[in-house]
Structure formats: structure tokens, C-alpha cells
Design a binder for this molecule. Sequence first.
Ligand SMILES: C[S@@+](CC[C@H](N)C(=O)[O-])C[C@H]1O[C@@H](n2cnc3c(N)ncnc32)[C@H](O)[C@@H]1O
Length: 205
Amino acid sequence: MATSSTLQTLTPNITFTPDWSPGLGGGVWSTAVLLTNYFQTHPQTFTEMLSKKSALELGSGNGYLSVVLSTIVKDLNITCTDTPSHLPLISKTFSENSLSSSPSRTITVSSLLWGTETLPSTFDFIFGTDVVYRSHLYLPFLSCLTSHLSPLGTAIIGICMTDTTSDFFEECKKANFRYQRISDSKGCDGMRGVTFSLYVIEWKP
Ligand SMILES: C[S@@+](CC[C@H](N)C(=O)[O-])C[C@H]1O[C@@H](n2cnc3c(N)ncnc32)[C@H](O)[C@@H]1O
């Protein structure tokens, strides 16, 4: 988990107050810091890739990562999701950073229980960090990805290797996804010598 001082270093202009009362997603976890850093290291790539597109965050917990991406890609239509208990904290993080829907983009906060609930659309970009931390979550999570990733869509998932086994990647292949770890050389600060990584997941061609 990240400390508040780490967060301030990474994103000095973003306000975030951890609140553990909703559950595990009440504070920002390690791979969320990594993906934040990755977004901020490659702002032009994400702006070109996602301008006027749709994005879905799974298991956001706190809204922090969606807020970071929304400040980089200003015309991204973003849907930020988790279990119902986390939604007030997610909404608070958006409102504390003065982010809401406008004529150029929509911002939606919604419940999305993996494998149980389905949203009525697919998305160009899906992201989630520290989300497959228990083996019983692998199949529901992949079911959710299957339902929501558009045919040419891209997902980036932050994985802590001490929590996620190789079974997750086997299940990815069975679900018709291909995956690739984002290499240290293409990455950002904080990727070397740590037990967590970012993975790109896409449909097999
Ligand atoms: C370890 S926290 C990570 C939070 C945030 N993504 C981060 O990296 O800071 C895992 C999150 O996944 C959510 N989660 C776990 N199981 C879920 C499920 N079946 N459906 C939807 N969300 C789930 C939890 O509520 C929690 O917010």
C-alpha cells in the first residue's frame, strides 16, 4: 500500500483522503501507484490512445486512479466501479478534485460486481490494480473483462506477484486473452526490483 507522502510526490495536484471504512479499496495500493506513475510518464500516449474514447476501472476502491487518468485525458468518458460500499468514497474523490461530467466527457460511478453484474456497453480501455489478489477472484474478474472489453480494446492490470499465481495467466489464455508484461525499459520509475508489475491484456487475434 502507498503512503500519503508517496501519493503527494506522484500527484501534487490531486487531493485524496484514504478511508478504510468501506473495505479493502479505501486506500491506494502498490500497483495503483505504479499505474499512476505509468500514466504520468506517458501522457501523450494515453491522450492519443484515449481521446473521446471510453474507459472502465474495475475494483477502483477509492477513485484515485480514475481521477489521475481523467486529469491527463480530458475528453475521456470514464466509468469507475467497485462494490456498493466503495461508491461514496469514489464519488468523493471525484468531487474533491472538481471532476464531473461536462459537454466534452462523461464521468460515471457505478457498482460492478465481477461475474454478477454487467454494464450495458463495452469499453475501449479497461484498467484495474491489485484486483486479482485471491484465486477465487480470477474467474469472476475474467468474466467481467470478457463482458466489457471491446473487440479491439486494451486492458492494463496491476498485479502483485506475491498475491497472484500463474493460474491467473492460464485462465487468461483459456478465456481467449493474450497478455504481456510491460517491460521495465518501457515503463516508469518504480518498476525495477519490485514484486509487482503492469500487464497489458487484449483479445487474441
Ligand atoms: C486491494 S483493493 C485495490 C483497490 C484499488 N484498485 C487500488 O489498487 O488502490 C481491491 C478492490 O477490488 C474490489 N473487489 C474485490 N472483489 C470484487 C468483486 N467481486 N467485484 C467488484 N469489486 C471487487 C474491492 O472492493 C477493492 O476495492
